[in-house]
Design a protein around this ligand. Structure first.
Ligand code: AMP
Length: 281
């Protein structure tokens, strides 16, 4: 496994692989890796000859300066984990390598309000513009055959699928299921910032999502959203939103009969840490 810090050295290595007809799988991450990230890496390993993993804490997708500063960074541990997981190339650029100082940064496309006006888009203004900016930049650099994203960030996956179609990238986008701790908490780099009591309280998020899933036959969506919100808020967390949405359009669901594929979503603060999760209903 080789670590590349510059675009030019990574590109040269990838061109060499491509000229030999090797397929390239790409897993973009922000580091502080856990089993969830590694599940994407092994899926890529199964489906491609070469797996490239990027580790880049992208400043343009953070709408909160404190969150960016506090985001965990541990590249040495990450590299060791990726070596074990069988990644072939790691791209570990500095911010200036991705966003050349003084160069105007293109915003590659305008996202529809259906994607940016709800849930993460509504509560983190500009977040998905930053995601699109960095993912398109990384796609241009790596030019993979397939790219792997987690359903943990379900709305992000929808945004990336939209962007890939809108900008005509010839890249297959693969969504991968959420990896959870044994008590149900979705794995997240942000979990590292939770104190022990916060970590214990955080399990209420997946319990509330499972409550929606398990009771969807007996109660209407609005009622279940209220109940789930109460569950989470009475467990020492503070919800930003609890939503039940159409998994295809992300439109809020008010009537089970009008949707064939619904998904429940939560964003909640656990102490100072903002956690998100979602589950198929
Ligand atoms: P991040 O480093 O948080 O930007 O995540 C990088 C990629 O890993 C994204 O596609 C995430 O959706 C995915 N990911 C994060 N957590 C999980 C998880 N628990 N299970 C599966 N994929 C995940």
């Amino acid at each position: 496994m080789q670590v590349y810090k510059t675009i030019n050295t990574l590109r040269a290595a990838l061109e060499e692989e491509r000229s030999r007809g090797r397929s390239i799988g790409f897993v973009p991450t922000m580091g502080a890796l856990h089993e969830g990230h590694l599940s994407l890496v092994s899926r890529s390993g199964e489906e491609n000859t070469i797996t490239v993993v990027s580790i880049f804490v992208n400043p343009t997708q953070f709408n909160n300066k404190q969150d960016l500063e506090n985001y965990p960074r541990m590249p040495e541990e990450d590299i060791k984990m990726l070596q074990k997981a069988g990644a072939d190339m790691v791209f570990l650029p500095e911010v200036d390598e991705i966003y050349t100082p003084g160069m105007p940064q293109k915003t590659p496309l305008h996202l529809p309000v259906s994607l940016t006006g709800v849930m993460e888009g509504a509560f983190r203004p500009g977040h998905f513009d930053g995601v699109v900016q960095v993912v398109s930049r990384l796609f241009d650099i790596v030019q993979p055959d397939r790219a792997y994203f987690g359903e943990k960030d379900f709305q992000q996956l929808a945004v990336v699928r939209f962007m890939t179609r809108a900008l005509n990238y010839n890249i297959e986008i693969i969504g991968c299921p959420t990896k959870r701790e044994t008590d149900g908490l979705a794995m997240s780099s942000r979990n590292l910032r939770l104190s022990v009591p916060e970590r214990n309280s955080a399990t209420i998020i997946s319990k509330a999502l499972a409550f929606i899933r398990d009771n969807h036959r007996s109660a209407d969506p609005v009622q279940l959203k209220h109940q789930a919100t109460e569950m989470i808020n009475s467990g020492n967390l503070k919800t930003e939103y609890v939503e039940i949405a159409d998994a295809e359009t992300l439109e809020p669901v008010t009537d089970w009969n009008k949707v064939s594929n619904a998904r429940a979503f939560v964003a909640a603060f656990c102490g100072p840490v903002r956690l998100i999760d979602n589950m198929q209903v």
